[in-house]
Write a protein that binds this ligand. Structure first.
Ligand code: PGA
Length: 249
């Protein structure tokens, strides 16, 4: 049985007041159910991690730097993330790849830094709408996987999130068949490269416009082990039914 994970990415939303949503979410965690990870903005990490000790919610950062330390004004290292009490970090989100021109090589370095700091990396990959229209989806996904995933992956240090860029924040969601095709492809690639034990153990999350009303369908896919959720993770009242759908899947 693979670990199921419901991860919420708050992006650049929320100040201290948003921490109330963590409190509101706590009663919705399911005994022996999915792991719940919330990735708030960096200034909230420490307080979120302190609050989450009682509830069992895991806290993650949305990014870390690709170097361990140094003269990088405004950036945050993986060790700093770990020092807040957070245990996860998202790396390679398409919004970082686009707006900050992060390459697969950069993302690979970030994953290594995350591992060195003892964090679980949530590695994001996904094709653009143009890639999908040109039938290049699996080529792009395969290239991102081999380019941004270092060799030292273990059964527990990595989660992979498939997030088609055209589905993020748009309300558009791939068909279940399209999701299954990509997730099965990722699983097969992982098994080929890392062997059965590790390849089968890595949770694969789907991300892109996951909402309470489509979660149940998405979680039907065998190789979908959870979701990375943006907009619908901001309020406990939206995120809780997604956790419940995952627990029931
Ligand atoms: P969305 O974002 O759920 O708002 O589409 C998903 C993501 O970017 O992780």
């Amino acid at each position: 049985m693979r670990r199921k994970i419901a991860a919420g990415n708050w992006k650049m939303n929320g100040t201290s007041a948003a921490l109330a949503e963590l409190e509101a979410l706590a009663p919705h965690l399911v005994q022996d159910g999915p792991d719940v990870v919330i990735c708030p903005p960096a200034p909230l990490l420490y307080r979120a991690a302190e609050m989450a000790k009682a509830s069992g919610i895991h806290i993650g950062a949305q990014d870390c730097h690709m170097q361990a330390s140094g003269a990088f004004t405004g950036d945050i290292s993986a060790a700093m993330v770990a020092d807040t009490g957070a245990t996860f970090v998202i790396v390679g989100h398409s919004e970082r790849r686009d707006a900050h021109e992060e390459t697969n090589g950069d993302v690979r370095q970030k994953v290594k830094c995350a591992w060195a700091a003892g964090l679980t990396a949530i590695l994001c990959i996904g094709e653009s709408g143009e890639d999908r229209a040109a039938n290049n989806t699996l080529d792009i996904i395969g290239g991102q996987l081999s380019g941004s995933l270092p060799d030292a992956m273990t059964a527990t240090n990595t989660v992979i999130a498939y997030e088609p860029i055209w589905a993020i924040g748009t309300g558009l969601v791939p068909s279940l068949e399209q999701i299954i095709e990509v997730h099965d492809f990722i699983r097969a690639r992982l098994i080929t490269r890392f062997g059965h034990d590790i390849g089968n153990a890595i949770p694969l999350l789907y991300g892109g416009s996951v909402k309470p009303d489509n979660a149940e369908t998405i979680f039907k896919a065998e190789n979908v082990d959870g979701a990375l959720v943006g907009g619908a993770s901001l309020r406990a009242s939206d995120f809780a039914p997604i956790i419940a759908a995952l627990a029931a899947s």
